[in-house]
Structure formats: structure tokens, C-alpha cells
Design a protein around this ligand. Structure first.
Ligand code: 3Y8
Ligand code: NAP
Length: 247
């Protein structure tokens, strides 16, 4: 058995730790989106594969027998490539993904189908927007330059931002509700924008918005093909290594 673990999330890191405690031959994979990704307790490769065909070539060249796709729910391109490449090469594939967030009492959420629909959900009158969706899609908001945006990023932007009124906050999760509430009060935030990533590390901003009674605009996650499990141990059983066997 030789496993490729597609990472970049809290679940992927937990999966890596569990696999490192076994004798299963596993390679961890990052896209190389951040300057200094968190180290993993497994041999790690960084960078794209070169599309679905590049991944298929990699699977054959590295004699990978199982792929665990533990990428983020919004990493749709990687997940779709994994489905195509594993079908083409006959490699076993499972996705490890956490459940989406569900609105609770006191939440004031506006759901949009895609991140691209978020700018239209903002008001026309100037607002102060906490934009916690990373930096890849900031350009979408240049159609609404009248707002002041507070951007939370992992790394400092390497080019000028496409927004005339923006403040950058550099931080890597996991985040806390108290810390996010303080950030929103400090920057006099009126709207919180997020992806429905699920999980615990990024939900702090939703808890803070609820406490401060701020409206949230939440982008639904893309629909993805393929079988999905929601826990590390379920994936270990899928690999044929349950905790009972202690391997
Ligand atoms: C490069 C690896 C771990 C994984 C930690 C999780 C939790 C903290 C919360 C906010 C939301 C956001 C963003 C976020 C979170 C975890 C997880 C998660 C959201 C790292 C990491 C990589 C990335 C890529 C990065 C994206 C961006 C998204 C920031 C490492 C830290 C907004 C997603 O600057 C950029 O270009 C950033 C790009 C993809 C979304 C985007 O579209 O911009 N993640 N995040 C992975 C790789 O190279 O393969 O650097 O250590 C991982 C984590 N980020 O091991 O504990 O599991 O979700 N990541 C979102 O959820 O909306 C921040 O600020 O509230
Ligand atoms: P994406 O749009 O689905 O993927 C774009 C391309 O990045 C893929 O086609 C692939 O390049 C490469 N790639 C993505 N994940 C990879 C991995 N784990 N190992 C090797 N190559 C990878 O992905 P994304 O949204 O940019 O996310 C990139 C990484 O950040 C992923 O690891 C994801 O888990 C993590 N992340 C993303 C988000 C988010 O909001 N999107 C949030 C938290 C963490 P090739 O086509 O060249 O193979």
C-alpha cells in the first residue's frame, strides 16, 4: 500500500499524524500556496501536479495505490482532478471532508451560491467588510470600491491590492471567537464575508458575528463528485487499518 495524502486543512494534518503512527507508506502533498506551510510528520511534496493528467502520471510513476483527498471543500479543482486521475489509473480514492456550518439561533446569514456572487450581496451604501476568504479572489470586490475591506491573509500580498480602501491583517488559523470579535470591534466591521468551509478552525468569525449581531454573507461550497468520509478513523477503516488492529 502506498498513500498520497492531498493536504492543506486541519483534517489533513490530523490524518497525517494518524498515518505517521503506522507503517503505511504515505506522501503528504501541499499546493505551495503559502510561503511557509506547517511541517507535517510525513515525507512532503509541494506544488501542483500539472492538472489531472499530471496527477495520473504521478500516481503511476510513484506506484500510489490509495489517494486521500483531504483538501479544503473549496479546493474544487484539486478534488475534480483527483477523481479523474484515480478513475484513469484505477487508484482507490476517498475524500476526507468536514460538514458545512449550519445557521443557529441569532445568526443573520445571507447564503450565496458561489464566492463570485458575494459582491452583489453587499449594500451600495459604504460598509466596513471583514473579508476572510483568503487572497485568491479579492479582485471580485473591485466592483464595489466604496466599501472599506479588512482582509485576513496568511501571507502579505505580493502585489498592490485591487481595492482602494483596504486594511490587511496577517494571521494563520485556527482563530478564536474572542479574537475575531475584538478584530471586528477594532475595525468597526459592519459585514462579515466567509466561505462555508466548515470545521472548527475558521468558525470563530461566525461565532463573533453572532455575538456582535453582525450580518454574515456565506458562500456555499461547490458540489464535488466522489465518496466522502468525515473522520480520520473512518478513513483508517477504509484503508483496511482500523484502530483494533493497532497498525
Ligand atoms: C496552503 C497550509 C492545518 C491547516 C490549517 C482549515 C483551517 C487554518 C481557516 C479566516 C479564514 C481561508 C484560507 C483558511 C483556514 C486552516 C488550515 C485554514 C481560511 C493553510 C495552508 C495553506 C492554505 C491556503 C489558503 C488559501 C486560502 C485559505 C486562508 C499552511 C494555512 C481563507 C479559507 O494567501 C493565499 O493565497 C491563501 C490561500 C487557499 C483561500 C483562498 O482562496 O485564498 N487557505 N491555508 C495549502 C497548500 O499549499 O496546499 O500554510 O500551513 C491551511 C489552513 N487554512 O494544517 O492546521 O482547515 O480550514 N485558509 C477558508 O476557509 O475560507 C482563513 O481568515 O477566517
Ligand atoms: P484548487 O483551486 O482546487 O487547486 C488549484 C490547483 O492547485 C490544483 O489543480 C493543483 O495544481 C494545485 N493543488 C491544490 N491542492 C493541492 C495539493 N494539496 N497538492 C498539490 N497540488 C495542489 O485549490 P486551492 O483552492 O487553490 O487550494 C490550494 C490548497 O490550499 C489546497 O491544499 C487546499 O486544501 C488549501 N486550502 C484551500 C482553501 C480554499 O479556501 N480554497 C482553504 C484552506 C486550505 P495542478 O493542477 O498543477 O495539479
Amino acid at each position: 500500500m502506498r498513500v498520497l495524502l492531498l493536504g492543506g486543512t486541519t483534517e489533513a494534518s490530523a490524518m497525517a499524524l494518524r498515518l505517521s503512527q503506522t507503517r503505511i507508506d504515505t506522501i503528504f502533498s501541499y499546493a505551495g500556496r503559502t510561503r511557509a506551510p506547517a511541517p507535517q510528520p510525513l515525507p512532503t511534496r509541494i506544488g501542483g501536479f500539472g492538472g489531472g493528467q499530471g496527477l495520473a502520471t504521478y500516481l503511476n510513476a510513484e506506484a500510489i495505490t490509495h489517494v486521500i483527498d483531504a483538501t479544503h471543500p473549496f479546493a474544487a479543482g484539486m478534488s475534480r482532478n483527483a477523481v479523474a486521475a484515480c478513475a484513469q489509473t484505477g487508484t482507490s480514492l476517498i475524500r476526507l471532508e468536514r460538514a458545512p456550518w449550519m445557521a443557529q439561533a441569532g445568526d443573520n446569514w445571507t447564503m450565496v451560491d458561489r464566492v463570485e456572487d458575494m459582491p452583489d450581496a453587499l449594500p451600495d451604501t459604504p460598509a466596513r467588510v471583514f473579508l476572510a476568504i483568503g487572497k485568491q479572489q479579492i479582485g471580485l470586490f473591485s466592483v464595489k470600491p466604496q466599501h472599506h475591506y479588512v482582509l485576513r491573509l496568511v501571507d502579505a500580498p505580493d502585489a498592490a491590492l485591487p481595492l482602494p480602501h483596504a486594511t490587511v491583517v496577517l494571521a494563520r488559523g485556527p482563530f478564536t471567537a474572542g479574537g475575531d470579535a475584538a478584530l471586528m470591534l477594532e475595525h468597526r466591521i459592519t459585514h462579515v464575508l466567509a466561505k462555508n468551509a466548515g470545521g472548527t478552525a475558521a468558525q470563530a468569525k461566525l461565532e463573533a458575528a453572532r455575538a456582535l449581531r453582525l450580518p454574515v454573507i456565506l458562500a456555499a461550497r461547490p458540489a464535488l463528485p466522489g465518496a466522502t468520509l468525515d473522520s480520520v478513523e473512518a478513513v483508517m477503516v477504509w484503508l483496511g487499518h482500523s484502530a483494533l488492529r493497532g497498525v
